[in-house]
Write a protein that binds this ligand. Structure first.
Ligand SMILES: Nc1ncnc2c1ncn2[C@@H]1O[C@H](COP(=O)(O)OP(=O)(O)OP(=O)(O)O)[C@@H](O)[C@H]1O
Ligand SMILES: [Mg+2]
Length: 373
C-alpha cells in the first residue's frame, strides 16, 4: 500500500546529519543511511532497493567532493542527487549541473525550498501529497463533531475514495466505537521517530471498516499513552497518510497545542462544528479568531451547524454569520432517533439509514467537501 521515499545522507558533520534525518522524517522521507563520507555510496545505490534520493553536503571541500560524486548521477539516472554547500558560486553550480545533480541547495538551507524539491522527487515516483486533509473541530462538548467526522469519512470511503479517519480526541475519542471495530494499534504506536513508518507498520496500525472500506487510526487505549503523541510524530504521520490516501479526516478537539496546531496548519479544511446556541457561537468566534491570527486563510475554514431545527434555535444563523464574518457552509438537521441509533448500533447513520434526512444532509456535506455542489 505504501512505499516510503528512501534517502541517503552524506555529510561530514554528524550533528547536521542527525538534524536533517529528523527534518526529513517529518515529511515521511525515510533515511536508510547517514554517513560521513562518500566512499560507501556506490555500494549503497547499486542495488535493487536503492534509495530514490541522495543528499550530499559538499562542505568543507566542495569542489573536491563534487569531483568524487563524479559520474554517479549519470550512472544512476533514476536516483535524484541533491547537493548542499555554503559556497554558492557560478562555477560550482555549473559543474553540479553538468554532472546531473538535480538540486543545488545553498546553506544555510531554506526548509521551504528543500521540502518543495523533495515534493517534486516524490511526485516523480507517484508518491506526491494528494490527500485533502479535513480537520473536524467541535466548538462545544457534544455538538456532534465526531458524528460529522465519522459520517463524512464513511461517505467518502463508500463513494470509493481512499479515506482514513484519524482520532485526535486523544483521551475521550470514540471514532472506533462509532464503527464498532476493534483496533490492535493506535496513533500512539506510530509516533516513534526511530521506527520506520513503512507499509507494514501502517497496515498494522490501520483498522479497515468492512462496511465502507474506511481505514481508521484509533486514539490510544490508555490515557497515559496520549503522552506519546507528539508534534513531530503527527507531522510525519500526516505526511505519510497524505501520500497514501485521497482523504484524511481528523476527529479533533478545540486546541492550539503543538499537535493541534500542526493539524490546523496541515489541513486543507478546518471544519468547525457548532450548534445554534450561545456557548457554541462564542467558542466558534474565539476559535475563528485564533485561526485567523495563526494565518489560516478564510477559504480553509468551514462552519457547519449541527442539530438544526427550524424553530426554537437560541441564535439565528444570520447572527452567527455576522459575528464570525463567515458563511455557514452546511446545516445538519436534528434527528435524535437516527443519531443515537447509529451510535448504539456501531454504524454511522449514512450507512445504517442512508435515506434518512440526516444521512442525506451528511452525504451532501461530504459531497461539498469533495468539491461537488
Ligand atoms: N444531527 C443530530 N441530531 C441529533 N443528535 C445528534 C446529531 N448529531 C449528533 N447527535 C448526538 O449528539 C451526541 C454527541 O455527538 P458526538 O459524539 O458526535 O459529539 P461530539 O461533539 O463529538 O462530542 P464530544 O464532545 O463528546 O466529542 C450523540 O449522542 C449523538 O448521537
Ligand atoms: Mg467527539
Amino acid at each position: 500500500m505504501y512505499v516510503p521515499l528512501n534517502c541517503v545522507i552524506i555529510d561530514a558533520d554528524a550533528t547536521n546529519r542527525q538534524e536533517l534525518t529528523t527534518f526529513l522524517g517529518r515529511f515521511g522521507v525515510h533515511v536508510v543511511a547517514q554517513v560521513g563520507s562518500i566512499d560507501g555510496l556506490p555500494a549503497m545505490i547499486n542495488r535493487v532497493d536503492a534509495p530514490q534520493l541522495v543528499i550530499i553536503n559538499l562542505d568543507p571541500n566542495s569542489a573536491e567532493m563534487l569531483r568524487k560524486i563524479g559520474h554517479l548521477p549519470r550512472q544512476f539516472p533514476s536516483i535524484s542527487f541533491f547537493v548542499m554547500s555554503q559556497t554558492f558560486d557560478a562555477n560550482l553550480l555549473m559543474e553540479a549541473m553538468h554532472l546531473g545533480i538535480k538540486e543545488f541547495i545553498p546553506l544555510p538551507m531554506s526548509e521551504e525550498k528543500l521540502t518543495a524539491a523533495i515534493e517534486r522527487v516524490a511526485q516523480g515516483f507517484g508518491m506526491g501529497k494528494k490527500a485533502k486533509v479535513i480537520h473536524v473541530i467541535p466548538t462545544v462538548g457534544g455538538c456532534g463533531s465526531t458524528t460529522v467526522a465519522c459520517n463524512v469519512a464513511a461517505s467518502l470511503a463508500k463513494a470509493g475514495h481512499k479515506t482514513v479517519l484519524l482520532d485526535l480526541d486523544l483521551v475521550c475519542g470514540g471514532a472506533a466505537s462509532y464503527f464498532d471495530v476493534r483496533t490492535r494499534y493506535t496513533i500512539a504506536d506510530v509516533m516513534d521517530s526511530a521506527e520506520k513508518l513503512d507499509k507494514q507498520l501502517l497496515d498494522n496500525a490501520l483498522t479497515l471498516h468492512p462496511g465502507s472500506g474506511l481505514a481508521i487510526l484509533a486514539r490510544p487505549d490508555l490515557p497515559e499513552d496520549t503522552q506519546r503523541v507528539n508534534q513531530p510524530g503527527l507531522s510525519r504521520l500526516l505526511g505519510v497518510l497524505g501520500r497514501v490516501f485521497d482523504y484524511v479526516v481528523v476527529d479533533s478537539v478545540m486546541s492550539i497545542d503543538p499537535v493541534y496546531s500542526t493539524a490546523i496548519a496541515t489541513s486543507d479544511i478546518n471544519l468547525l462544528v457548532m450548534q445554534l446556541n450561545v456557548p457554541s457561537a462564542k467558542n466558534a468566534e474565539r476559535f475563528v479568531g485564533v485561526l485567523r491570527r495563526m494565518g489560516v486563510e478564510s477559504t480553509k475554514i468551514r462552519i457547519v451547524v449541527n442539530r438544526y431545527v427550524k424553530k426554537g434555535c437560541d441564535i439565528e444563523p444570520e447572527e452567527v454569520e455576522r459575528s464570525l464574518g463567515l458563511k455557514i457552509s452546511w446545516m445538519i438537521p436534528n434527528d435524535f432517533k437516527n443519531a443515537i441509533g447509529a451510535i448504539n448500533f456501531g454504524e454511522p447513520v449514512v450507512l445504517r439509514a442512508p435515506r434518512s434526512e440526516m444521512s442525506t444532509s451528511l452525504s451532501g456535506l461530504a459531497g461539498v467537501l469533495n468539491g461537488k455542489a
